[in-house]
Design a protein around this ligand. Structure first.
Ligand SMILES: NC(=O)C1=CN([C@@H]2O[C@H](COP(=O)(O)OP(=O)(O)OC[C@H]3O[C@@H](n4cnc5c(N)ncnc54)[C@H](OP(=O)(O)O)[C@@H]3O)[C@@H](O)[C@H]2O)C=CC1
Ligand SMILES: O=C(O)C1=N[C@H](C(=O)O)C[C@H](O)C1
Length: 251
């Protein structure tokens, strides 16, 4: 595949390495910081491209989607922090191009989601267990909570009989029993750690996904791009995971 990288920061560089290893070609790197070949995405940069892979900033996702649709180039998007506009993007995409978004492309994160959802269902019989979640990321991360934490929270709300709403950040009050509290910590170089906890008077059950590096995210994104080629419509990474690994993504 001839791939345009949109966003050439930590993830863009990692994706480039995986693309090379898997026999793909990077035709342009788009990044406003001066580290790429061009500062912003334009339709001409996508000419002749088979795919765009975007790890950029939340503020650019919707405008870039318009350019993918205009040029007919499919895109895999890993950028987080913009899902308040997901329905707008879904409508823009329609059946015109293939567009796949995921908050976390690492396979282990999807095993983590599946385990957390299963554990939540098991606690239907044990209401003494309360659920909570927290995530830790490097000091340069711009969005909070992480896209992965928000995705996890949505899945837990759907699976839980008690938790109905997500509350984030610092609470200056006690959470209500139907609120799932999701907290974020930022610092150091942590590539991404997410913990789901079930806690009772007797004990604690913890499920953690801890990325060792960004490689797992990048491999997943490139595999998702290979999967997307030739497909049309708006997909999330769960569809791709489900397709290649069976029911893991949707237990
Ligand atoms: N789905 C997944 O598996 C993963 C998702 N992510 C997400 O990916 C995103 C990027 O992460 P990461 O690479 O660590 O961040 P970085 O800050 O290292 O890289 C993002 C780059 O995108 C650039 N950028 C900003 N606006 C645009 C634009 N309009 N067009 C092209 N490039 C742009 C930034 O430039 P500048 O700094 O000048 O603004 C920056 O160089 C984040 O939203 C993060 O949460 C990260 C890891 C895994
Ligand atoms: O910004 C990051 O680094 C990461 N962002 C994604 C998220 O917001 O969930 C995925 C991963 O945790 C790394």
């Amino acid at each position: 595949m001839k791939v345009v990288l949109v966003g050439y920061g930590r993830m863009g560089r990692e994706v480039e390495q995986v693309l090379r290893e898997r026999g793909h070609e990077v035709t342009y790197r788009v990044d406003p910081s001066g580290s790429g070949d061009a500062p912003t995405l334009t339709p001409s940069l996508l000419s002749g491209a088979d795919m765009a892979i975007e790890f950029s900033h939340a503020s650019s996702v919707v405008a870039n989607c318009g350019i993918y649709v205009e040029t007919g180039v499919p895109a895999v998007v890993g950028t987080t922090g913009w899902t308040d506009r997901i329905e707008e993007v879904r409508r823009m995409v329609g059946e015109k191009i293939g567009y796949l978004w995921g908050a976390n492309f690492s396979i282990g994160a999807h095993l983590f989601f599946a385990l957390a959802v299963h554990a939540t269902r098991l606690t239907h019989a044990f209401p003494e267990y309360d659920a909570l979640a927290y995530e830790i990321h490097h000091r340069r991360k711009k969005d909070s909570p992480s896209g992965t934490a928000l995705t996890l929270a949505q899945k837990i709300i759907e699976a839980s009989k008690t938790k109905k709403r997500v509350v984030i950040d610092r609470l200056s009050r006690a959470p209500e029993p139907d609120e799932l509290h999701v907290a974020s910590v930022r610092g150091g170089e942590v590539p991404g750690t997410h913990t789901f906890m079930l806690d009772s008077e007797a004990d604690t059950v913890e499920i953690t996904h801890r990325a060792r590096s960004r490689r797992g995210f990048a491999v997943g994104a490139v595999r998702a791009a290979e999967w997307l080629l030739g497909r049309k419509g708006f997909f999330t990474v769960e569809t791709f995971i489900d397709d290649i690994f069976g029911e893991v993504a949707n237990v």
